[in-house]
Design a protein around this ligand. Structure first.
Ligand SMILES: Nc1ncnc2c1ncn2[C@@H]1O[C@H](COP(=O)(O)OP(=O)(O)O)[C@@H](O)[C@H]1O
Ligand SMILES: [Mg+2]
Length: 289
C-alpha cells in the first residue's frame, strides 16, 4: 500500500494504474476507520481494480472548532486497517496541500436546506468543495459513500450530475454495531452511559418502522413515536427528527413516495446521526435501516 502526502504523488500513481488498464475506485474519509469505511472499500473493489482512500479531516466542513480539534486521528491504525481491506493508495494530505487561499467553493442548492444543512451552516459547502477537489485529484471511475450520511451522499450525487464529473457514485448500506448504533468515528467520544442511551436512536427508527409498516402515513404520528423513544433516554439535545422526500430532501407531511426519516441528536457533546429509507412497495412501504 502506497501512502501519498502530495497531490503530485497521487497523480503519478493514478497515471501508472491507468496505464496498466485499471479502473480507479475511491473512498473519501476523515480517518479513524471503522467497519463502515471498510465496507465501502469492499464495495468499491467489486467495481474497480485500484483502490484509493483519502484520509483528510476537512476543516472547512466543520462548523464547530471543538468538534474539528477533537475529531479522532490515529493514522498508523488506519493504515493497517486500510491495507488489510485491500486499499492500494492512501492519500493523506496536510491542510496546506489542499488549501491555500481557496476562493472557489461548491454549493448544491436546496438539497442542503434542511436536516444537517440547517443545523450545521456551511457544512455541505465544505463537503462538496473538498470532494470536488479530491475527485479532480484522484480522477476515479467510481466512488462509494455511506448511507449513514444520506443527505451528504445525495448532495454529492447531485453535484456529480450537475457538474458532469465522469464518476459513478454508489451509496452503500449503513453498518451498525451490535445493538444497532450506526458506526461512526465520533462514537469513540461516547461514555459507556452515553453509548447505551444512544441506542434509543435505533429504537426510535424501529418504532417508526413498525408504525409505517402497519399503515400509518402521517408525519406527526411517526415523528411523535420516534421522539418518545428518543426522549426515554434523555438525549442532551435533539437537532432534528424529520421526514423528507428522497428526491428533494424537502420535509413532507404524508408518506407517499420514497422517503427518508432522519435523526440527529447529541449524547453528551457527541452529535450522532442516523436514518431509515422508506420505500414504496406495491400499496405498502418497506423500511430499510
Ligand atoms: N456506519 C457506516 N456505514 C456505512 N458507511 C459509513 C458509516 N459511517 C461512515 N460511513 C461513510 O464513510 C465515509 C467517510 O465518513 P467519515 O466522516 O470519515 O466517517 P464518520 O461519519 O464515521 O465520522 C462517508 O461516505 C460515510 O457516509
Ligand atoms: Mg462523518
Amino acid at each position: 500500500m502506497i501512502i501519498a502526502h502530495t497531490i503530485e504523488e497521487v497523480r503519478t500513481q493514478i497515471r501508472q494504474a491507468r496505464n496498466e488498464g485499471k479502473q480507479i475506485g475511491f473512498v473519501p474519509t476523515m480517518g479513524y476507520l471503522h467497519e463502515g469505511h471498510l465496507s465501502l472499500v469492499k464495495i468499491s473493489k467489486r467495481q474497480s481494480d485500484f483502490q484509493v482512500m483519502s484520509i483528510f479531516v476537512n476543516r472547512i466542513q466543520f462548523n464547530d472548532r471543538k468538534d474539528f480539534e477533537s475529531y479522532p486521528r490515529e493514522y498508523e491504525r488506519d493504515f493497517a486497517l486500510a491495507e488489510k481491506a485491500g486499499v492500494n493508495l492512501i492519500f493523506l494530505p496536510e491542510e496546506e496541500e489542499m488549501y491555500h487561499n481557496q476562493r472557489t467553493f461548491v454549493e448544491v442548492e436546496s438539497l442542503a436546506d434542511h436536516l444537517c444543512g440547517a443545523t450545521r451552516p456551511g457544512h455541505f459547502r465544505g463537503v462538496c468543495t473538498v470532494v470536488a477537489k479530491l475527485f479532480n485529484i484522484v480522477l476515479p471511475d467510481v466512488s462509494v459513500f455511506g448511507r449513514k450520511d444520506i443527505q451528504q451522499a445525495l448532495i454529492i450525487e447531485k453535484m456529480v450530475k450537475d457538474l458532469n464529473f465522469p464518476i459513478r457514485i454508489i451509496i452503500a448500506p449503513t453498518i451498525r454495531e451490535e445493538g444497532g448504533l450506526a458506526m461512526s468515528s465520533r462514537n469513540k467520544h461516547l461514555s459507556s452511559d452515553e453509548r447505551k442511551r444512544a441506542l434509543s436512536i435505533n429504537r426510535g427508527l424501529h418504532a417508526a418502522k413498525s408504525r409505517i409498516e402497519s399503515g400509518i402515513r402521517r408525519k406527526e404520528e411517526i415523528i411523535a413515536a420516534v421522539r418518545s423513544e428518543l426522549e426515554k433516554s434523555t438525549p442532551d439535545k435533539i437537532d432534528y427528527i424529520e421526514l423528507v422526500s428522497y428526491e428533494t430532501l424537502q420535509p413532507i407531511e404524508h408518506i407517499e413516495g420514497r422517503t427518508i426519516l432522519a435523526i440527529a441528536a447529541f449524547f453528551g457533546s457527541t452529535r450522532l446521526i442516523d436514518n431509515m429509507l422508506i420505500e414504496p412497495e406495491g400499496d405498502s412501504f418497506t423500511c430499510v435501516l
